[in-house]
Design a protein around this ligand. Structure first.
Ligand code: NDP
Length: 449
């Protein structure tokens, strides 16, 4: 990582020293600091108050043992995490991830990104993230329940509706949120909106399951419209086939595009006739099966082993919706060679720095995660509002608000980019716009935290 600005170079060197061996976290911090160069030049007051030195250090990091009993009676041990990164503009807010790759670096990168994403939504939410290296794949319902209960037994001590409000992420959907909510209520003896992504009967918001995928397409639609383009008649490739990917596919199709490929960590399917989403939903949401099943059920589709190859499928729009660093420089070059016009990130940090550079230098419209996938946390914020008001908005009402929020995020990111000398660069624009609001709040609240 190279910084022209000496102050930023020193901040990054300190972060590197303090967080050695945490590549994902360093990658996320490096990208934000790079964008902040023009801000540092314009705002010496923020430098003097040490806002940037402080924002890269979590306010609190909780690491804990999660022990549970499997179906055979064996004792299993996992590690749980919650990073409470920044509470300058609201209670900590961010999802919980259950995946064997979870470690301190992954949770800190996600928590750091969440600060700026939440700020961009315009709602009062600080940044946090959590999870565990527990692997939900192949576990029975009972095992998932016992794990979630044990996880929440410790987490309950650190969260609350006014303190920290977790949600779902990879491996955490409505089922897991339900088990965790039940355990929180049991321990605290209170019914509050301590988690979002809840089921509708007990305080969930309509459109929350769809929000990240729908929001991604609303954001991309704004980005495309600004360039005189649209989803209509475009071919789309979407990686992943989880929550974000499924609803991105649904909305892109509604907006007139044809989604021709989807994947999971095992491989990808190409269906030139257009992905039949009801088949994907049956396999993934009902049967919790593999995407390879799709090709067995739909004669026009072909399955290929290995997930990286999906980026060699020719398309107009690419929506990476699986996981971090899934799209590298080589994959980006393949997309560019095949004429991609826009890439919008549904997953968090799915494109490597080399991939982002490749898109930007080839004039591909590029929507970075913290702006493009903020729809999920935005509707989580709306779920918190509904819980506080003790009422439920209609699906239409929530969807309209989501659309408005995504249009606002696009506008803010794109005007911040222009104002700070990076017209068209939404990576810089999103980082700057997200940062400035949090920075003003930190400045106003003094230094002793
Ligand atoms: P899900 O668990 O529902 O789905 C994840 C999907 O990604 C699955 O298809 C999974 O395949 C695939 N995947 C996971 N790891 C890998 C890997 N190493 N290589 C290839 N594919 C992989 O998670 P979500 O859809 O909720 O989350 C997807 C991304 O979106 C994450 O980056 C998350 O942080 C981000 N995000 C999610 C939000 C939400 O509201 N849910 C909000 C904002 C961002 P398999 O089943 O084989 O593991």
């Amino acid at each position: 990582m190279q910084f022209e600005n000496k102050y930023l170079a020193n901040v990054y060197a300190e972060v590197e020293k303090r967080n050695a061996g945490e590549p994902e976290f360093l990658q996320a911090v490096g990208e934000v600091l790079e964008s902040l160069q023009p801000v540092v030049e314009k705002r010496p007051d923020l430098v003097k108050a040490g806002v940037i030195d402080r924002i890269v250090e979590p306010e609190r990091m909780i690491v804990f043992r999660v022990s549970w009993v499997d179906d055979e009676g064996g004792v299993r041990v996992n590690r749980g995490f919650r990073v409470q990164f920044n509470s300058a503009i609201g209670p900590y807010k961010g999802g919980l991830r259950l995946h064997p790759s979870v470690n301190a670096s992954v949770i800190k990168f996600l928590g750091f990104e969440q600060i700026f994403k939440n700020s961009l939504t315009g709602l009062p939410m600080g940044g946090g993230k959590g999870g565990s290296d527990f692997d939900p794949k192949g576990k029975s319902d009972g095992e998932i329940m016992r794990f979630c209960q044990s996880f929440m037994t410790e987490l309950a001590k650190h969260i609350g509706q006014f303190t920290d409000v977790p949600a779902g992420d990879i491996g955490v959907g409505a089922r897991e949120i339900g088990y965790m909510f039940g355990q929180y209520k049991r321990i605290r003896n209170e019914f509050t909106g301590v988690l979002t992504g809840k089921g509708i009967p007990y305080g969930g918001s309509l459109i929350r399951p769809q929000a990240t995928g729908y929001g991604l397409c609303y954001f991309a639609d704004n980005m495309l419209a600004d360039a005189g383009k649209s989803f209509k008649g475009a071919t789309v490739v979407i990686s992943g086939s989880g929550n974000v990917a499924i609803y991105a596919c649904e909305k892109a199709t509604q907006l007139g595009a044809k989604v021709i490929a989807m994947s999971d960590s095992g491989g990808y399917v190409v269906d030139p006739d257009g992905i039949k989403l009801d088949v994907v939903k049956q396999i993934k949401e009902v049967e919790r099966g593999r995407i390879s099943e799709y090709a067995k059920r739909v004669p026009t589709a072909k399955y290929t082993e290995g997930c990286k190859g999906i980026w060699t499928v020719k398309c107009d729009i690419a929506l990476p919706c699986a996981t971090q660093n899934e799209l590298d420089g080589e994959s980006a070059a393949a997309l560019v060679k095949n004429g991609v016009i826009a890439v919008a990130e549904g997953a968090n940090m799915p494109s490597t720095p080399e991939a982002v550079a490749c898109f930007q230098s080839n004039g591909v419209l590029f929507g970075p995660a913290k702006a493009a996938n903020a729809g999920g946390v935005a509707v989580s914020g709306l779920e918190m509002s509904q819980n506080s008001l003790r009422l439920s908005w209609t699906a239409k009402e929530v969807d309209e608000r989501l659309k408005g929020i995504m249009a606002g995020i696009y506008k803010n990111a794109s005007s911040a980019a222009a104002e700070y000398g990076h017209k068209g660069n939404l990576v810089a624009g999103a980082n700057i716009a997200g940062f400035l609001k949090v920075a003003e709040a930190m400045l106003a609240q003094g230094i002793a935290y």
